[in-house]
Design a protein around this ligand. Structure first.
Ligand SMILES: Cc1cc2nc3c(=O)[nH]c(=O)nc-3n(C[C@H](O)[C@H](O)[C@H](O)COP(=O)(O)OP(=O)(O)OC[C@H]3O[C@@H](n4cnc5c(N)ncnc54)[C@H](O)[C@@H]3O)c2cc1C
Length: 358
C-alpha cells in the first residue's frame, strides 16, 4: 500500500497494543501509519492470554480499569469476527485459585475480593475432576482467557485490510516532538510526521530516543510450556504458577526473570514451569510437554502501564509497559488511545497510569 502522505497518527509497534490502537484510530476515521518491526521475544505472540484482573490484581481505579478491560472482550471478539471472519475463542468460565495446603486456604480466604466465592474440595472436584486433590479453591467469576495467538492473527488481518492504515516494516529510532506534531526517524532513514505519535513498542519502548517517559520500561522474560492434553476447562492458578486450557492443549506458566533482551528458553526455567503446572494438575505429568517458548513482558516498576500523553509534549502518547496484563488491557487501551487522539472525554480514571509518575 502507498504511504499515506499525511497520517493523523503514527503508531510505533505491531504487538497487541499497537494493533488495537491502530485499529481503534482507523475505526474513528483517522489515517494511521503503523511502524512495526518483528523481533525475537515479542510479548504478544508468547502470552498465555489470561484475562485475570481478580488474580493479577491492582488497586483503586487501576483495578476498575482491568475489570472493564476484561468485560470489553465479548464485544471486541464479536467486532473482530464481524470484520475479519475469524472467531477468537474466549473463555469466561471464571478462574480458580487452587489451595493445596491449609496455609493456602487461609491466604486465599484472607485476600479474596467481594466478587469471588470459596469452593470447598467437593465443589472443586465436581467442577474439575482433575483437581480433586485440592483442599478448595477461590472462584473468580467472569475472569478467564482469550486465545491470544488467534487474537493477534485477527488483528493483523483487520489492520492489513484497513484502507486507513499503512504499515511500514521498519523501526522508529528517534522522535522530535514539537508543539502540535511529532516527527520520527526510522532505521532505514525515513522521516515521518503526524499530529500524534503513539509509543507501543513493548519492552523496547525505552530504546526510542526522545520517548523520554518510556525510560522505566524493561523486559521481564516469561517461559511457558504447552502440554498436548486438556484435562481442565478453567484457567487455574496454583501456589507457584498457572495452567490455561487452549484448544486441545494446556499452557503452563510462567517464570518472571530479569534476563535483558535474551528471550531463550532454559532447562531450569522449563523445569520450574512444569513443576508448577503439574502440582496444580498432576494428570499433566503423564503427558509430554512438547513445546516451550519465552517472551519479554514490557514491565514497569509498579507493573502498571504507562498510558497517556507526555504532559510537556502532548503529541506523544504512551501506550506501553503493560507488564503482566497487556493481553487483558489491549482492546480497552486501543479505545483509550483513540479517545486521547480524538479529544474524546475519557470514560476511565487513568491517574495511576500517568506517564510522568516515575
Ligand atoms: C510468557 C508471557 C505470558 C504472558 N501472559 C499474559 C496473560 O496471561 N495475560 C495478559 O494479559 N498478559 C500476559 N502477558 C503480557 C502481555 O503479553 C504483554 O503485556 C503484551 O503482549 C504487551 O504487548 P505490546 O504490544 O506492548 O508488546 P509486544 O507484543 O512485545 O509488541 C511490541 C512490538 O513492537 C515492536 N517494536 C519494538 N521496538 C520498535 C521500534 N522501535 N519500531 C517499530 N517496532 C518496534 C516489537 O518488535 C514488537 O512487535 C504475558 C507475557 C509473556 C511474555
Amino acid at each position: 500500500m502507498a504511504l499515506s502522505p499525511k497520517p493523523d497518527a503514527i503508531v510505533v509497534g505491531g504487538g497487541l497494543i499497537g494493533l488495537t490502537a491502530a485499529a481503534a484510530l482507523a475505526e474513528r476515521g483517522l489515517l494511521v501509519t503503523l511502524v512495526a518491526e518483528r523481533r525475537p521475544g515479542e510479548a504478544s505472540p508468547a502470552s498465555a492470554g489470561m484475562l485475570a484482573p481478580s488474580v493479577e490484581r491492582a488497586t483503586g481505579p487501576a483495578h476498575d480499569f482491568a475489570v472493564a478491560a476484561r468485560d470489553r472482550y465479548p464485544g471486541y471478539v464479536a467486532f473482530l469476527a464481524d470484520r475479519t471472519g475469524l472467531t477468537v475463542p474466549l473463555n469466561r468460565l471464571g478462574i480458580l485459585q487452587l489451595a493445596l495446603n491449609e496455609k493456602g486456604v487461609r491466604g486465599l480466604k484472607r485476600t479474596a475480593l467481594a466478587s469471588s466465592r470459596w469452593l470447598d474440595a467437593g465443589e472443586v472436584g465436581e467442577l474439575e475432576p482433575a483437581l480433586s486433590h485440592g483442599l478448595g479453591a477461590m472462584y473468580n467469576p467472569d475472569d478467564g482467557a482469550v486465545d491470544s495467538s488467534l487474537l493477534l492473527a485477527a488483528l493483523q488481518r483487520l489492520v492489513a485490510a484497513s484502507e486507513r492504515i499503512t504499515t511500514i516494516e521498519d523501526a522508529v529510532i528517534d522522535l522530535e516532538p514539537g508543539a502540535a506534531s511529532c516527527s520520527a526517524r526510522t532505521r532505514s532513514g525515513r522521516r515521518l510526521g503526524a499530529p500524534h505519535i503513539v509509543i507501543a513498542a513493548g519492552a523496547w519502548s525505552a530504546e526510542i530516543r526522545g520517548a523520554r517517559l518510556a525510560a522505566p520500561v524493561e523486559p521481564a522474560r516469561g517461559q511457558l510450556v504447552l502440554y498436548r492434553a486438556c484435562p481442565l476447562r478453567h484457567v487455574v492458578y496454583g501456589p507457584r504458577g498457572y495452567v490455561v486450557p487452549r484448544g486441545d492443549g494446556t499452557i503452563g506458566g510462567s517464570t518472571m526473570e530479569k534476563s535483558g533482551f535474551d528471550a531463550s528458553v532454559t532447562e531450569a526455567g522449563v523445569a520450574k514451569v512444569k513443576a508448577a503446572a503439574e502440582e496444580i494438575c498432576p494428570l499433566l505429568a503423564s503427558t509430554r510437554a512438547p513445546k516451550s517458548w519465552a517472551g519479554l513482558r514490557p514491565v514497569t516498576p509498579d507493573l502498571l502501564p504507562i498510558l497517556g500523553p507526555d504532559p510537556e509534549h502532548p503529541p506523544v502518547i504512551y501506550a506501553c509497559g503493560h507488564s503482566r496484563n497487556g493481553v487483558l488491557m489491549a482492546p480497552l487501551t486501543g479505545d483509550v488511545v483513540a479517545d486521547l487522539v480524538t479529544g474524546t472525554p475519557l470514560s476511565h480514571d487513568l491517574s495511576q497510569f500517568r506517564p510522568a509518575r516515575f
